[in-house]
Design a protein around this ligand. Structure first.
Ligand code: GLP
Length: 260
């Protein structure tokens, strides 16, 4: 696991943009796993800038989003589909047929989840998965005690997650109780994981994910089992890490070919 410490979210987002851009230049038909939430917004702005100002071409890229609320129409202002359209896809040139987001209105949810997994396989697997982290340590919507081998499926949100996400809804009671989310096994199958975390309210989850024991109580800790993970943090999110000196030392001594 590579832990990259930045002063602020903007600096981390620019580096995350470089990591994604490098992949898309090397493999124009890359498969990207994408996340929602406020955390990846800076990365998405950077990808749009790279596309519009520097001609980074996304026309052959395929995307799979991590999750979606159940019972929420894709046009609803709080749906993750709408979020992605407004904050990323409207600024890039990815054909809509190459964009995949779970359908919160699917009539047969287990069949839809199975088809989602199959579509990832057919696309060749996810090359790079963008991740945020919930304050309870979740990835996607894999809440604490999620199986670390789970696949795309229905999950029930914790009280904490519903409270955290209430800010996007008109009334707190409007936050759905259920969602479809890629599983931890789905996420761990990605070739590269890029986790971003900003702000002090993520510090405890980040410290447990990066330095704590691997446990289904902190699903993000399963990233310790993955061979290629970048964790990009701002000062607040890094506050509770105990090995910060080492992560900085590693970064300062990176061989030129490994630098961003
Ligand atoms: C939601 C999403 C997660 C995201 C998390 C953190 O629960 N399902 O994928 O990582 O929110 O959100 P934020 O980035 O807004 O803190």
């Amino acid at each position: 696991m590579e832990v990259l410490l930045h002063e602020n979210a903007d600096g981390a987002s620019v580096v995350a943009g470089k990591i994604v851009a490098r992949l898309v230049r090397q493999k124009p038909n890359a498969v990207l796993g994408l996340a929602t939430g406020s955390t990846p917004l800076g990365l998405y702005r950077e990808l749009i800038r790279l596309h519009q100002d520097e001609g980074l071409d996304f026309s052959q890229v395929t995307t799979f989003n991590l999750d979606e609320y159940i019972g929420v129409d894709g046009n609803h202002p709080c749906s993750y589909r709408r979020f992605m359209m407004e904050n990323l896809f409207s600024g890039l040139n990815i054909p809509e047929s190459q964009i995949h987001i779970p359908d919160g209105l699917a009539s047969d949810i287990p069949a839809h989840c199975e088809a989602y997994e199959e579509a990832i396989q057919v696309a060749g697997g996810i090359d790079l998965q963008v991740l945020g982290i919930g304050s309870d340590g979740h990835l996607g919507f894999n809440e604490p005690t999620s199986s670390l081998a789970s696949r795309t499926r229905i999950k029930t949100l914790t009280k904490e997650t519903r409270e955290d996400n209430a800010r996007f809804f008109e009334r707190p009671e409007d936050v759905p109780h259920h969602c479809i989310t890629m599983g931890m096994g789905t996420i761990l199958d990605s070739r590269v994981c890029l986790m971003l975390a900003f702000g002090e309210n993520k510090a405890s989850a980040v410290a447990q994910a990066v330095e704590g024991p691997v446990s289904a109580m902190i699903p993000a800790s399963a990233l310790q089992l993955h061979p290629h993970v970048h964790v990009l943090l701002d000062e607040g999110a890094a506050r509770k890490l105990t090995r910060k000196d080492y992560y900085e030392h590693v970064y300062d001594n990176k061989p030129a070919w490994q630098q961003y």
